[in-house]
Design a protein around this ligand. Structure first.
Ligand code: RTP
Ligand code: MG
Length: 148
């Protein structure tokens, strides 16, 4: 990792297990770099149940929470800290709608994610923080060494 400058805006990006398994790491990283954002932290890990309960705490009472945790712990993910001006909202725009069927062409999910079938109701390639506050919390969870 390279130095974390708290004056810059950051977001936490995850390439989820379907993105990793389908060989889309390069595609996602390429889109981030072409947009002019800087990757300052990067690791491959298999999330634990504890990490997912913390990462997705806002969803713990939702009907999809169990399948979400099963999906997210089913294989390796790539976690990244991405830096740049207004990167939180920009990366949300780059991801597209949560549901791949509603994600517009030109977005990561709209171009790459498969439709949600009965067997994979939660897959959508990537995660991006939904606010700068969420980003701070998520970066502290996945990259504690970077911010302590
Ligand atoms: P993320 O947090 O992963 O960046 O996705 P998001 O903001 O677009 O969507 P969010 O509402 O935070 O949901 C988190 C993840 O849970 C799965 N999900 N499944 N079956 C469903 O109705 C449903 N709703 C959400 C997705 O993997 C979603 O990205
Ligand atoms: Mg979310």
């Amino acid at each position: 990792n390279i130095p974390y400058n708290p004056k810059e805006e950051h977001t936490l990006v995850l390439i989820k297990p379907d993105g990793y398994a389908r060989g889309l790491i390069g595609e996602v990283i390429s889109r981030i770099e072409k947009r002019g954002f800087k990757i300052i932290g990067l690791k491959i890990t298999i999330p634990t149940q504890e990490e997912l309960e913390e990462h997705y705490f806002e969803h713990k009472d939702k009907h999809f929470f169990n399948s979400l945790c099963e999906y997210m712990s089913s294989g390796p993910i790539v976690a990244m800290v991405v830096e740049g001006s207004r990167v939180v909202q920009s990366f949300r725009n780059m991801m597209g709608d949560t549901n791949p069927a509603l994600a517009l062409p030109g977005t990561i999910r709209g171009d790459l994610a498969r439709d949600w079938g009965p067997d994979r109701g939660v897959e959508n390639i990537v995660h991006g923080s939904d606010s700068p506050q969420s980003a701070d919390r998520e970066i502290a969870l996945w990259f504690p060494e970077m911010v302590d």
